[in-house]
Design a protein around this ligand. Structure first.
Ligand SMILES: *Cc1c(COP(=O)(O)O)cnc(C)c1O
Length: 398
């Protein structure tokens, strides 16, 4: 591990067991990407030529015809939607997000309108798209989607995420079949997925990935798929894409991260992560009020997490108070707490430096011992947590 720069900046040395989170700096960037970025930074390049080289690498790894690098997967949604709306009309590209178009409706299943840190539908609206919600939160039937397609439909967006409703909706194959029957292109937000090929294989016209999640690249987004649609998305760099641009270092960094991904020892990493999960489970098993379960990733990424269910009567602390105590203590441990009101959170093993797994185990034991020793049950009302959720952001930078 390189030397830790955080203390000299006055930043807390957080340990990330929550997953790839933008708010924590996404992921550990792989050494190949770091040296690629350093090697290109001093030089001038013709950016579109570099993007052409990136296109070849993206095409090879995704099975798409072409690709390019942008600022984020969120930017990729906006650019792909914009491309579907404007085509190669340069004037229409300059006019966005104002649209004069015959087509700007973008279908998305209601159960897919989630927040990945910002709302999915905003990325569509930013591009001049009008998000047309299909079905209900927990059900989309074929007739919903078939009837939602009109001559104003420009594209359909499909989101793959642990955040989406995971039952009762159309799967990607059906979604594609219905869209394609009426000539509507399908854009898949696969920001956080390991499999770089499967969505295009299942018929998506564009697949979008984050460069900074599992790939361990710099902060960036990858747009891949059918050449004409990718080109139309790329042309947005002369319009709304300007503010979403990436520099040479990110383009080249993503190329290196993709190539490193191809050669990564995926089985070895899985084994190491399994070791971490087993260590944490051993630390927790047998403690009163705790249930530790190793569970697979909900979107089938080759990754397991530890689910820690907390019974406050026995453990003398609620799941959310435990999560907060871990985050406040030293060193701070940030857990995956999206569903903590259900009395559990997860520990994600995929963003740890070697040795940090032991610190996580020690901190868990420490906080649990402390809670058990307390005569009162540590139980802050969950409403307080949600009420104060944005306090820090609203006070920023103070
Ligand atoms: C993380 C995520 C995004 C946002 O990706 P960025 O590259 O950080 O913009 C979008 N969609 C899903 C499903 C995500 O998980």
């Amino acid at each position: 591990m390189s030397t830790d720069i955080r203390p000299s900046l006055g930043l807390r040395p957080v340990i990330n067991v929550s997953g790839t989170m933008t708010s924590l700096g996404a992921s550990i960037v792989v050494p190949e990407a770091i040296s690629a970025m350093a090697s290109i930074l001093p030089h001038f390049v013709e950016i579109n030529d570099l993007q052409r080289k990136a296109s070849a690498v993206i095409a090879r790894l995704t099975g798409g015809e072409a690709g390019f690098v942008t600022a984020s997967c969120s930017a990729g949604i906006s650019l792909a939607v914009a491309g579907a709306i404007t085509g190669n009309n340069l004037l229409a590209i300059e006019k966005l997000p104002d649209v004069v178009p015959e087509k700007n409706e973008v279908l998305v299943q209601m159960g897919h309108v989630v927040s990945y840190g910002a709302p999915v539908d905003q990325a569509i609206r930013l591009a001049g798209g009008k998000a047309v919600l299909v079905g209900q939160a927990t059900s989309t039937h074929r007739f919903h989607m078939e009837n939602a397609i009109t001559d104003k439909t420009a594209a359909a967006v499909y989101v793959v995420s642990h955040h989406v409703v995971d039952y009762g909706l159309l799967n990607l194959k059906e979604f594609v079949e219905i869209a394609h029957a009426k000539g509507v292109p399908v854009i898949v937000d696969a920001a956080s997925e390991y499999d770089l090929k499967i969505f295009l294989e299942q018929g998506a016209d564009i697949a979008l990935y984050s460069g900074h999640k599992f790939l361990g690249g710099p902060t960036s987004g990858i747009v891949a798929g059918r050449k004409e649609l990718v080109r139309h998305a790329f042309l947005q760099n002369m319009g709304i894409g300007r503010g979403m641009k990436v520099g040479k270092e990110s383009i080249f960094g993503v190329m290196a991260a993709l190539e490193a991904w191809e050669n990564r020892d995926h089985a070895g990493i899985r084994e190491r992560e399994t070791g971490y999960l087993n260590l944490w489970k051993r630390t927790l098993d047998g403690r009163p009020g705790l249930t530790a379960l190793i569970e697979p990733d909900p979107t089938n990424n080759p990754l397991d997490r530890l689910r820690l269910i907390v019974d406050p009567d026995q453990a003398h602390i609620t799941a959310w108070d435990l999560a907060d105590a871990l985050a406040k203590g030293s060193p701070p441990i940030i857990v995956r707490d999206h569903e903590v009101e259900h009395r559990y959170f997860y520990l994600d093993p995929c963003n740890l430096h070697p040795g940090e797994e032991t610190i996580v185990a020690e901190r868990l034991a420490q906080e649990l011992d402390k809670a058990r020793a307390s005569n009162e049950i540590i139980a802050t009302p969950i409403e307080n947590r949600s009420r104060h959720r944005f306090d820090g952001a609203l006070r920023w930078p103070d």
